[in-house]
Design a protein around this ligand. Structure first.
Ligand code: HEC
Length: 494
């Protein structure tokens, strides 16, 4: 294996781009899905609602939860700040008057300015999950995905002040837990999980309606596209697909959701978002793993593992217009744009290659291949990821840099655009399996926080999301999420 430093130099030498200078204003995957119209604001809320408290939250305090003493068991003592009334003898629930008194005690533990930091949420939550250091009542909630914790958190968030008009846009980071049945929603202002969407087993790709009203998720377990109400997380409709789906993409006008069909011979299913029905299946070169709409909305690009091909479809005619064949399976891709918004280049990750290929969109051809620096001792073997050394690639929202993940280096690398010079890298957290040497966290996908100042990475082997400062490369937060988090996307509500 080559020396780390030496690789950097090779890279500088090979990555210089010839030809015209391009002022690339790339629109990242995250920004292209950001709504332009004003959308409903999830931070907008009313005072803590007693009816919801009584119906949903209070029963948790009485509930027997496996392995834990009940909140009721300790919090009836008169010296508890969080004080619960003692039940009337023979009664299994509180009277409305008792509930009212419990409610008065509970709302004192809510921070209305910053609901996510409320004592009620953080004190009983495990410290590893973002909770406070010690609760005499123990780690009542092991993670922010615990359904009871989510119920309390949803209610607490309703206690926040309405967002003031003209305030900065609300941003949310969505991560699909590919081996679970949940989608975690992170508020980048606090780096806390503020919503957990339940009920989709094996969620894969995620896309947002431009007005932020709906979420679309490809569901591998049922071979459907789930259409969800964004605010409530409720599934509104299941759209049947040709076969098992993988990734999805939405056109910038929000009119069509494109779904990559993973089975051979390979299709892009088109779902009309007005009628929420599948209207068409476009045959492409090989079963589709990842799928994109170019930032200008003109083309769809599908990548095939089996056929080692990228296929470009004209979205005016829905016809395949060109493609590129590679020597390895096609993995994630991202796009760099010209000043007019059209696509300049696409950066393509490949199986068995620790780096990425550069495809010139006008030339319809691969023009360069960039190796990531390889560390002296690499990861990937114990993780069974040697065939996928590098997964996750994204152009920053302002188009000045390209971020590329590496399982081998357990790092993410930042390159400048358009010259593709290595700027630096962030080392990612290790996973410590008991009795085994540490492994990579297997970084999987990338997206960006507000203004592109932070980078969000799904650490698939660690069940977490790393938040990295885009200039200092320091990890500023590690957010625990669900099982094998993969696709991660940014939604900006204006
Ligand atoms: C084994 C007893 C015990 C159980 C069970 C217990 N707690 Fe506590 N809790 C305490 C004690 C004692 C404190 C005082 C501060 C401390 O030592 O953590 C406390 C503190 C708190 C606080 C901070 C406010 C205060 O009263 O100081 C919150 C909020 C809280 N607990 C929530 C819960 C919730 C919610 C549950 C159930 C899901 C729960 N607790 C279960 C013993 C318990």
């Amino acid at each position: 294996m080559k020396n780390f430093k030496k690789m950097k130099w090779t890279l500088l030498a090979t990555a210089v781009v010839s030809g015209v200078f391009l002022c690339a204003r790339a629109v990242s995957q995250s920004e292209s899905s950001a709504p332009r119209q004003s959308g409903a604001d999830s931070a907008q809320a009313i005072a803590p609602d007693f009816a919801t408290y009584r119906a949903k939250v209070e029963p948790i305090f009485l509930k027997e939860r496996s392995g834990h003493a009940r909140c009721y068991g300790c919090h009836t003592l008169s010296n508890r700040v969080f004080h619960l009334e003692t039940l009337t003898r023979g009664s299994a629930e509180w009277t409305p008057e008792q509930s009212k008194r419990n409610y008065e005690s509970v709302i004192r533990l809510i921070d209305e300015e910053q609901p996510a930091t409320s004592k009620l949420l953080l004190h009983p939550l495990a410290p590893e999950a973002g909770g406070e250091a010690f609760h005499s009542g123990g780690r009542q909630f092991a993670s922010q995905s615990d359904p009871d914790w989510v119920t309390i958190a949803d209610w607490v968030r309703g206690a926040g002040h309405p967002a003031t008009p003209g305030s900065s846009p609300t941003t949310r980071i969505y991560v699909t837990n590919s081996a679970g049945d949940t989608i975690d929603v992170i508020d980048p202002a606090t780096n806390q999980v503020v919503q957990v969407i339940h009920g989709i087993e094996l969620p894969h790709g995620i896309a947002f309606a431009p007005d932020g009203s709906r979420i679309y998720v490809s569901n591998e377990s049922e071979s459907v596209l789930d259409v969800l109400d964004r605010k409530s997380g409720e599934i509104l409709k299941k759209v049947a697909l040709t076969n098992r789906p993988n990734n999805i993409a939405i056109t910038p006008d929000g009119k069509r959701v494109l779904v990559g069909i993973r089975a051979q011979p390979g299709f892009i299913d088109i779902v009309d978002t007005d009628t929420t029905t599948k209207t068409k299946s476009i045959p492409v070169n090989g079963s589709v793993h990842n799928l994109y709409v170019t930032p200008d909305g003109k083309f769809a690009v599908s990548g095939s593992i089996e056929n080692k091909a990228a296929t470009v479809v004209d979205l005016q005619t829905d016809q395949v217009v060109w493609g590129v064949k590679f020597d390895h399976a096609v993995r994630p891709m991202t796009f760099e744009t010209n000043r007019d918004g059209s696509t300049h280049r696409m950066f393509v990750q490949l199986s068995n290659f620790h780096g990425f290929a550069v495809v010139d969109f006008a030339k319809h051809a691969e023009v360069a291949r960039i190796h990531l620096p390889t560390p002296p001792i690499g990861f990937g073997t114990a993780e069974g990821r040697t065939a996928t050394p590098s997964h996750g690639i994204a152009v920053s929202p302002n188009g000045d840099s390209l971020w590329v993940n590496s399982t081998v280096a357990n790092a993410t690398f930042k390159y400048s655009l358009p010259d593709l010079k290595l700027i630096g890298h962030a080392q990612l957290p290790l996973v410590y399996p008991i009795g085994h040497p540490p492994t990579s966290c297997v970084p999987d996908w990338i997206t960006f926080g507000p203004g592109g100042k932070t980078v969000y990475l799904s650490n698939s082997a660690a069940g977490s999301v790393s938040v990295i400062d885009a200039s200092t490369f320091k990890q500023i937060a590690l957010v625990p999420v669900g099982e094998v988090p993969k696709r991660i996307s940014t939604l900006v509500l204006r």
